[in-house]
Design a binder for this molecule. Structure first.
Ligand SMILES: Cc1cc2nc3c(=O)[nH]c(=O)nc-3n(C[C@H](O)[C@H](O)[C@H](O)COP(=O)(O)OP(=O)(O)OC[C@H]3O[C@@H](n4cnc5c(N)ncnc54)[C@H](O)[C@@H]3O)c2cc1C
Length: 431
């Protein structure tokens, strides 16, 4: 049976071993080390050309949600190593991992891919870690299923009080995003004014209306204060703006409010310069980890940092510009930073309105001042992670054809990552 690596206490870890596989030592091919086997890594593995790299995949879970990791590794010629990444020495280019027997293993790399995903955010609220069920891994899903079975058995025990039966059969879901909404049983607690608030307003309204018909109580503008073994305390904002404290007894509490960095990701972030993000590692538009050489990060554990697009464009502008001239600057910037595409298409629409008239610098500055806040980061979804994985596999395939001394030049010429949004989907029951 696979040991739960996350439970191993790192302080008891014995001596460091060098990674033993001879093919890794002989360095006939560049060594590519991939951390994690989620959406991002699996997509890389599936699209990586065989035999260009000596590849290792290290992960704490032996399966991704749907597929057996060993099978995917076999298919793409990668070694699989069941271990937890604990630290990275970016200067020495080594990863310190902890295997299933609690041994420390040092793995050197030529290229590193960090795709460790994220953990559940608890916001430091007392009792959350100890009492709720998270909804992230296969193990979490199994735990919820086991808990439900136990609850139903307990609730059908004829000797318990009616009050206790009601408590047991009260299921609370905290978080009204797409994940929380799918698993709603009875009470849904949501911090903002609507559930599914990243979707169109009509979709939120439809979901809320549907839940009402199904007797699911949706409590919006509610903020959890603490959770204990049998009850949850939350504050609700009333229409007059005042806050009311409520306590609800529950049998099962599922927590799906947001994401935060894993301990390892946090450690890596703290040792690099220019890593200022609270929830993810900063990468550039080519998914290169900022502050490190030959390392990439993608998926839920990473966020693309754009330079100040307004400054970048304005620095190339002069007084009384014409639409075509400005359009060409916008196109160049979009090509280099594809994530600014939707933001800059707004600018294109704005300048079209000038027709043949010249555009004043001040008019452009004002536009940027008004709209700068609208450049958004990508959502933490499988859709983003797998598109990034596909992009990185293509880039690694290209780099694999060159000697490592040429990597930097080749990479500079490689197009940056561009996200293609294919839509959102959330199951709200009934089908
Ligand atoms: C319940 C639920 C439903 C979702 N539904 C959707 C949906 O419908 N559509 C959508 O687009 N997105 C959805 N998402 C989001 C999606 O799952 C994530 O965005 C996606 O998994 C991110 O991919 P990733 O590769 O970055 O991370 P993950 O898929 O989380 O993979 C991270 C990997 O890193 C490994 N790992 C972690 N720590 C270590 C360590 N220290 N050492 C080694 N390995 C480590 C993990 O075991 C895992 O293999 C859902 C998420 C949840 C929780």
């Amino acid at each position: 049976m696979q040991k739960s690596i996350s439970r191993i206490r790192y302080s008891t870890v014995p001596v460091v071993n060098q990674f033993p596989w001879s093919s890794w030592e002989t360095k006939k091919k560049p060594r590519l080390l991939i951390l994690g086997t989620g959406w991002a890594s699996t997509t890389i593995l599936k699209n990586l050309k065989k035999n260009q790299y000596e590849t290792i995949v290290g992960t704490v879970e032996y399966r991704s949600l749907l597929e057996n990791t060993r099978k995917i590794c076999r298919h793409s010629g990668a070694h699989y190593f069941a271990a937890s990444a604990d630290d990275v020495d970016f200067d020495k280019k080594t990863v310190l991992a902890i295997d299933t027997d609690n041994n420390q293993v040092e793995i050197p790399y030529d290229k590193l891919v960090i795709a460790l995903g994220a953990r559940n955010e608890t916001y430091g609220i007392p009792g959350v870690k100890e009492n709720v069920h998270f909804c992230k891994t296969i193990k979490d899903a199994r735990n919820i299923r086991d808990k439900l079975t136990t609850i139903f058995e307990k609730a059908s025990n004829p000797i318990i009080s009616e009050e206790e039966r009601q408590r047991l059969l009260t299921f609370v879901v905290v978080g009204g995003g797409p994940t929380g909404v799918r698993h709603v049983k009875v009470i849904l607690i949501q911090g903002s004014a609507h559930i599914l608030n990243t979707f169109d307003e009509k979709i939120s309204e439809y979901a809320e209306e549907r839940f009402k018909r199904q007797n699911i109580k949706v409590i919006t503008q509610a903020f959890v204060q603490s959770v204990d073994q049998k009850s949850i305390t939350y504050k609700v904002k009333k229409p007059d703006g005042s806050m009311e404290t409520n306590v609800t007894d529950y049998g099962l509490c599922v927590w799906s409010t947001g994401i935060a960095m894993h301990e390892t990701t946090q450690k890596l972030s703290s040792k690099l310069t220019d890593q200022t993000h609270r929830r993810a590692l900063n990468v550039d538009s080519g998914l290169r980890l900022i502050g490190a050489k030959d390392a990439y990060a993608l998926g839920d554990c990473a966020t693309i940092v754009l330079p100040n697009i307004g400054d970048l464009i304005l620095s190339q502008c002069h007084e009384d510009m014409h639409v075509e001239e400005l359009n060409s600057i916008i196109n160049q910037v979009t090509e280099k930073h594809p994530q600014s595409h939707s933001f800059l298409s707004g600018l294109k629409e704005y300048i079209e309105g000038f027709g043949d008239s010249p555009i004043k610098l001040q008019e452009l500055k004002t536009w940027f001042e008004k709209t700068a806040a609208k450049t958004t980061t990508l959502p933490a979804t499988a859709q983003v992670a797998s598109q990034q994985g596909y992009y990185l596999a293509k880039k690694l395939n290209k780099l694999g054809k060159y000697d490592s001394k040429d990597w930097e030049n080749v990479e500079e010429r490689f197009k940056n990552f561009r996200y293609n949004h294919l839509g959102n989907f959330s199951y709200v029951g009934g089908g």
